[in-house]
Design a protein around this ligand. Structure first.
Ligand SMILES: Cc1cc2nc3c(=O)[nH]c(=O)nc-3n(C[C@H](O)[C@H](O)[C@H](O)COP(=O)(O)OP(=O)(O)OC[C@H]3O[C@@H](n4cnc5c(N)ncnc54)[C@H](O)[C@@H]3O)c2cc1C
Length: 493
């Protein structure tokens, strides 16, 4: 059966299954919503859609728990955990409660407490990602999603530009196809549809960095920092370190720097380990924390180039989380963006499946709101790097948004209602980004920069839940389920 909405033909797939052999249970040949990838983006969408009675299949390549980097979470994702009903599970797991952040950055030191008056969220978590992601995957399953592990999505079949069907294979060599009405690509940096097939991923000129990290035991706590805080320390030359306390008693310590400085130092010193330890020696605050501590893991290395996609969605599909865009880890924004986009895509799909809006409008809402959130954080990270004050001119240059990166940024829209006086950006023909950076850095009531200091709270990263935040004439309501509603003055499309 098909229904026609706004000239878009949407296959209406019911929940019937045609059995294929899968050992434990049969894999469907069709589903209303197919989710590729079971990280935070995919499981958020699955846990929100399945309890509404939609037919949801999630295919995940690995068997969980599996290792993942991305351990420091922002408080702004707590409301998403609330909406998906996973907050209590996460609260009770025993993760380190993150009450703030400590910055030794650009020659200044400051602590940020999330529970200061005026901040909407009081805490977040430092998580061992294998455990956090496993909790969310199990939660999606309990909410009714049909979750298959060790099952890789191989290819998405498109008909007349619309994503229609996916081919998969599992660890035991079985394979098959599954038709869907809507696809959520949540395959992370692998990007099965956007990056690999459609090739719409564009790497930014800025933030072409590389990270090397390892785990330490018996470290000293960070003095003068809120309990459970992330420590972020800039280096006098190029780059910076994170220090994240985890509930197994280890400290995750990661170096981020640009690839050129990294490779040059590696050529000089002979190994990644030597680069990492030489950088540690340049960071007295962190070196003091690690006096008497032992490194208990090998180093892992990953290049963490920032990128975005030409489009975050298209007919029959939504790209979520890292599958859509990736941002330098400086402000720990990745899991927030993943869950935020999981929620937005679930709201868009649910509203379309209920026939309450047409696909094109729902996609415009998704594209606009996700892009705004990403751009806001991209600019914030840029502002942070501007005050890095390292000696290495190449590194400084490599962290500046280039002309090409700036093209297409929606500065005014991205910062509307956040930075007082953002209206001026409209009039700033010449250097709107410079003006924005100035505003972000200017102290408020003698306190640290409001734009930068407030990062990570839902004030900086709001869900578009009021009509004045509407995009494409729609805004988000969260109860009883995430849904898009027409803003006053906008007829239901
Ligand atoms: C060095 C570094 C440090 C970081 N630090 C932080 C931090 O402190 N805080 C933070 O919030 N973020 C951090 N991030 C970012 C964070 O790791 C990601 O943004 C986040 O994991 C994105 O979630 P996701 O659900 O989009 O993707 P992922 O978590 O990567 O999940 C994608 C899933 O898809 C599966 N998959 C892939 N291909 C297929 C396929 N073909 N078929 C089926 N399944 C597939 C994968 O196995 C994986 O489980 C960091 C990143 C880096 C590189």
């Amino acid at each position: 059966m098909v229904i026609v909405l706004s000239r878009t033909v949407i296959p209406q797939l019911d929940a019937k299954t045609t059995p294929l052999n899968d050992g434990e249970r049969d894999v469907r040949e069709r589903t209303q919503v197919l989710i590729a990838g079971g990280g935070p983006a995919g499981t958020t969408a699955a846990a929100l859609l399945a309890p509404q009675g939609f037919d949801v299949v999630l295919l995940e390549r690995e068997r969980f728990p599996r290792y993942h980097i991305g351990e420091s979470l922002l408080p702004s994702l707590l409301p998403v955990l609330d909406v998906m009903g996973a907050r209590e599970t996460v609260e009770q797991h025993g993760f380190v409660r993150k009450n703030g952040a400590f910055y030794g950055w650009g020659g200044q030191e400051w602590a940020l407490r999330f529970d200061e008056p005026g901040r909407p969220a009081t805490h977040s978590f430092q998580v061992i990602r294998s455990q956090f992601d496993h909790l969310l995957l199990q939660h999606a399953r309990h909410q009714g999603a049909d979750v298959r592990e060790e099952t890789r999505v191989r290819h998405i079949a498109m008909t007349d530009g619309r994503a229609m069907s996916a081919s998969w294979s599992d660890r035991d060599g079985r394979d098959g196809d599954i038709d869907f009405a809507h696809l959520i690509d949540a395959t992370g940096r692998a990007g099965v549809l956007g990056a690999r097939q459609l090739r719409t991923r564009r790497v930014h000129d800025v933030f072409r960095n590389i990270a090397a990290w390892g785990y330490w035991r018996d470290s000293a706590p960070l003095p003068d920092a809120p309990e459970g805080a992330i420590g972020v320390f800039s280096l006098p030359g190029a780059g910076w370190f994170w220090a994240i306390p985890l509930h197994d008693g280890t400290l995750s310590v990661g170096l981020v720097t640009d690839k050129r400085s990294f490779n040059q130092t590696k050529d000089n010193l002979g190994s990644v380990d030597a680069v990492y330890h030489e950088a540690l020696a340049q960071c007295p605050l962190l070196a003091r924390m690690l006096e008497g501590a032992q490194q208990v893991s090998d180093l892992k290395v990953e290049s963490d180039y920032s990128y975005t996609s030409e489009a975050f969605c298209g007919p029959g599909y939504y790209l979520t989380g890292d599958a859509a865009c990736f941002l330098d880890p400086l402000l720990s924004t990745g899991v927030h963006l993943a869950m935020y986009s999981g929620l937005l895509s679930a709201a868009a799909i649910a509203t379309v499946l209920r026939g309450e809006t047409d696909e094109a409008t729902a996609r415009r809402f998704y594209q606009t709101t996700y892009q705004r959130a990403y751009e806001r954080l991209l600019i914030l990270v840029g502002a942070f790097y501007r005050i890095h004050a390292g000696r290495d001119a190449y590194f400084r240059q490599a962290q500046q948004l280039s002309h090409r990166d700036q093209q297409g940024l929606h500065l005014h829209e991205s910062f509307l209602n956040i930075i007082t006086g953002a209206e001026d950006l409209h009039d700033a023909q010449e250097h709107p980004l410079d003006l924005l950076y100035e505003k972000l850095r200017s102290p408020l009531n003698g306190r640290h920069p409001h734009g930068l200091g407030g990062h990570g709270t839902s004030h900086m990263l709001p869900l578009p839940t009021t009509p004045d935040q509407a995009a494409a004439g729609l805004y988000l309501t969260l109860t009883p389920h995430p849904t898009l509603r027409p803003a006053p003055g906008h007829p239901r499309p």
